[in-house]
Design a protein around this ligand. Structure first.
Ligand code: PMP
Length: 355
């Protein structure tokens, strides 16, 4: 199509983000997108009016839940939107850059490349630990945003709070430290980087209702930051970003009873994660199961493609992350229900497969 030649060359050349749903569609057992295997306990309204751009009741509920002021909160279409808005608000095409610690969640780099911003990648250490010194050494005057994912997707490791505080201090007045805490509810009570906001106005924390709160389909994510940063990003957000059914679902998921149910699901997932880590480590075709503080495990296989195919043949989809740096022959396996997890182990067990 001739018109496409008028599009931005960097968009035509872009390697788009490849989502779990794009890669594998729908299967009987879906352990590839880090969703909750159980639905949220929540209930929906008339839709003839445009929604409130930032509904006050939801802002108040989220502010209460995260123990910050409503002015520190921007609600968006998943934390994916907050990532995109931060990049668009801070990075000038052709001039500015973001820094990421690879391997990590793919959307930081995609949002930057769409914007025409450079991406500086700093490798995690061989044990998948964030190398704070190297990260800071890679920051230049053009660096506007430093993304740290904790727990990290796809490796599962948690970044200690003192390291985040050190990064925030070192980046003061230079760059925004964006701490993506999509999975922190599964991190055994680990303190959130939100606790740094009082002393560091260059910290932005991303939270989501997609994982622990089991609302991936509602698309509700939250940016928590100093009020001027929130106001800046709000300037470029679409006029009505939050569909009313999603707002209702989010409000309902933040009720006392729904939060109690969420706690129970999180406890069950963490228990299953530890059980699965042990069971997977005992399989002949598994070389390593990496420590995870999230609702998934990153697992190194003798032959990841073979393991992936064997699971797919049993109707189980997991995420092949072997194209990521340092993750050759690794699959990322979302923790499912006990039944789904048992089915996965059964499908991977060579003796059972041969029987
Ligand atoms: N951050 C991380 C680390 C993720 O893994 C994901 C989803 N895979 C997101 C953000 C985006 O989540 P959502 O847009 O559903 O809030």
């Amino acid at each position: 199509m001739k018109l496409l030649e008028r599009a931005r060359p960097e968009i035509l050349a872009l390697q788009p983000y490849s989502s779990a749903r794009m890669e594998s569609g729908v299967a009987a057992t879906m352990l590839n997108a880090n969703e909750s295997p159980w639905p949220a306990s929540c209930t929906a309204p008339a839709l003839n009016r445009y929604p409130d751009p930032q509904p006050a009741p939801l802002r108040a509920a989220l502010a209460g839940f995260y123990a910050v002021a409503p002015g520190n909160i921007l609600i968006g279409r998943g934390s994916d939107e907050a990532i995109d808005l931060l990049v668009r608000a801070f990075c000038r095409p052709g001039y500015d850059a973001i820094t990421i610690a690879s391997p990590t969640f793919g959307m930081y780099a995609v949002a930057a490349r769409v914007q025409g911003a450079d991406v500086t990648e700093v490798p995690l250490t061989p044990g998948f630990v964030l190398d704070a010194k190297a990260l800071l050494a890679a920051v230049t005057p053009d660096t506007k945003l430093v993304f740290v994912c904790s727990p990290n997707n796809p490796t599962g490791g948690l970044v200690p709070l003192p390291m985040l505080a050190h990064l925030a201090q070192a980046l003061r007045d230079r760059a925004v430290l964006v701490v993506d805490e999509a999975y922190i509810e599964f991190a055994d009570g680990a303190a959130s980087a939100m606790t740094l906001l009082d002393r560091h106005d260059n910290v932005a924390v991303l939270r989501t209702l997609s994982k622990a709160h089991a609302l991936a389909g509602a698309r509700v994510g939250v940016l928590i930051a100093a009020a001027p940063l929130v106001a800046l990003v709000r300037r470029i957000q679409a006029p009505y970003p939050l569909p009313m059914p999603s707002v209702d679902a989010a409000l309902s998921a933040l009720s006392v009873s729904a939060l109690a149910a969420t706690d129970q699901r999180v406890t069950a997932i963490c228990r299953e994660r530890e059980r699965m880590a042990r069971a997977l480590a005992g399989l002949a075709e598994v070389l390593a199961v990496f420590d995870s503080a999230a609702n998934f495990l990153c697992v190194r296989f003798v032959d990841a493609r073979k393991a992936w195919r064997r699971l797919a043949a049993s109707g189980i989809v997991v995420r092949d992350v072997s194209r990521y740096p340092q993750l050759a022959d690794c699959l990322r396996i979302t923790i499912g229900t006990p039944e789904e997890n048992a089915a996965l182990l059964g499908a991977l067990d060579a003796r059972k497969a041969a029987a």
